[in-house]
Design a binder for this molecule. Sequence first.
Ligand code: AMP
Length: 221
Amino acid sequence: MKTGVRLIIFGRQGAGKGTQCERLAAHYGVPHISTGDMLRAAVRDATEFGRKAKEFMDAGKLLPDDVMVGLVAERLGQPDAQVGWLLDGFPRTPGQADALAEVTVDAPIHAAINLDVPEAVVIERITARRVCSNCGAIYSVDRPPTSPWTCDRCGGDVVQRADDTPEAVAGRLADYQKQTAPLIAWFAERGTLVTVDGNDDPDTVFAALIEAVHVNVGGRA
Ligand code: AMP
C-alpha cells in the first residue's frame, strides 16, 4: 500500500471530489478528511456547534475561517492522520491556506489538486445529486440506489442536500469564484498545484489523478 501522502483536493462543488476522494483514500491508505462531512456529522449529532454550522450551510455560506482552522487542526492531530491525509473541502480561502501551511509546517502537503470541471457541468450534476443522510454515500437521479431511496450501503434515507437546490448552488458557485478560485494562484506560486480534468468518466479521472500525484511527489507514491 502507498502511504505517507498529504494531499488537498479542491474544485467546484459537484466536480466529483466525493467520489474520487473515496478511491484516492483507499489507494493511498490515508484518511479522507472532508470538512463538509465533519460539519454534517455535527449537524446530525445536534451539537450546539452543529446548530450554528447548519445556518451557514443551509444558506450556502462558508463558515468563518477561524472556526474551520480550529476544526481541521484538531482533526489532523488525531492518530489516524499521522500516516498522511487527503483533505477535501479545506482550505477554501487563501486565509485558510495560510493557516494550513502554518499547522503543517513540519509535514507540508505534497500536492494540491484542482479537480477542474466547467461551471455548466457542475450545475447539472449538483441538482441531480442525492446523498445518504446517514453515511454520506453519493447517488444521483440517474444513478439511484437499488431500492429508491434507501441507501445500498447502510439502509439510510437517500435525500437531496438542503444546499443542493438551484438557489443554494448558485450562491455557492459565486462564493467559489470569489473565495476559492484564488487558491489556484496560491498553490501555483508555491509549486504544489496539480490541475486534473474532472470532466470525464470516474475511472479516467481517477487514473489521471494517480498519475498527476505520482509525478508531483517525485515518483514516491
Ligand atoms: P461541502 O460538502 O464541502 O460542499 O461543504 C458543505 C458546506 O459546509 C459548505 O457550503 C460550507 O457551508 C461548509 N464548509 C465546508 N468546508 C468549509 C470550509 N473549509 N470553510 C468554510 N465553510 C465550509
